[in-house]
Design a protein around this ligand. Structure first.
Ligand code: TMP
Length: 261
């Protein structure tokens, strides 16, 4: 058994100290929460799927020139990532109305938006992640105007690329949430890169023909077949057969960092 230093535990992931300075191990849990922690649950197998789906999407984005924290997947539930200074802002990109946007503006879910809309939310569980605007971000020093420009242009590039990729898999990318972090090179120069994960936990994905929801809304709204929806996304992206094989072996450490002998 081996134990690693736990750096941070979030709702769906744990970050452990990585093998080298400047790296972390990102462990994907099966835990699910919604409505700022008011709803809790476990979706058996979700962590394995999100680890693999996020690896796939981050790798594709890096091939397109989008800088991300992803280094490589280590095992079924873990990936090696670069340690970043997380910017305390959630960037949401919306293509069609859904969720809180539909509620806020009284627009039915599924209504196409005149153009992709980028929103910012302040990462604070105590404040229930409030919607904020650029003025709040720069006035409170959460990010500089140049950082915001970088985050906005990266988010739109991610949206263009992922919308096409998912469409090719028969899925509509309704909206999604991204997080960014800062990394510094040996000369102290800072760069903004994509961090966190991209998975059905933080994207809305609907079947192109039927509009069936294949994302975390199935959990949020008690629709059932949650893991089946995540599996379907992985299957359509062409990554499920590989997962099933690996699951049979399942030599992953648990969330405490214990590895089976
Ligand atoms: P919303 O409609 O609830 O504001 O969510 C917009 C998108 O952002 C949706 O794809 C889910 C994602 N999201 C997260 O990943 N984390 C969150 O805490 C929230 C509120 C939304």
């Amino acid at each position: 058994m081996s134990r690693r230093r736990r750096i941070y535990e979030g709702k769906a992931k744990v970050l452990f100290e990585g093998p080298e300075p400047g790296t972390l191990i990102q462990y994907f849990k099966d835990d699910a929460t919604a409505y700022n922690n008011q709803k809790h649950g476990t979706i058996s197998g979700k962590g394995v799927l999100n680890n693999r789906i996020s690896e796939y999407l981050m790798t594709k984005l890096m091939e397109m020139g989008v800088p991300t924290h992803f280094v490589r997947r280590v095992n079924m539930r873990e990936q090696l990532v670069q340690e970043v200074e997380i910017i305390p802002i959630e960037v949401v990109v919306r293509n069609l109305a859904a969720g809180s946007f539909s509620q806020r503006f009284g627009i039915p879910e599924g209504t196409p938006l005149p153009r992709s809309i980028v929103e910012y939310y302040y990462k604070s569980d105590d404040l229930n992640d409030p919607l904020i605007c650029e003025e709040h971000i720069t006035a409170f020093g959460w990010a500089a105007p140049q950082d915001l420009d970088d985050m906005m242009s990266l988010s739109l590039r991610v949206n263009d690329y992922l919308s096409g990729l998912f469409l090719g898999a028969g899925l509509k990318l309704i909206d999604f949430k991204l997080e960014f972090g800062r990394i510094y090179n040996e000369h102290g120069e800072m760069r903004i890169i994509l961090a966190d994960e991209i998975s059905p936990d933080n994207c809305r994905l609907w079947d192109v023909k039927t509009n069936e929801k294949l994302d975390k809304d199935r959990f949020r709204r008690d629709m059932g077949d949650v893991i089946e929806a995540y599996q379907e996304v992985a299957r359509r992206l062409g990554i499920l057969p590989e997962l099933q094989q690996a699951e049979a072996k399942s030599d992953a450490p648990d969330a405490a960092g214990r590895v089976k002998a």
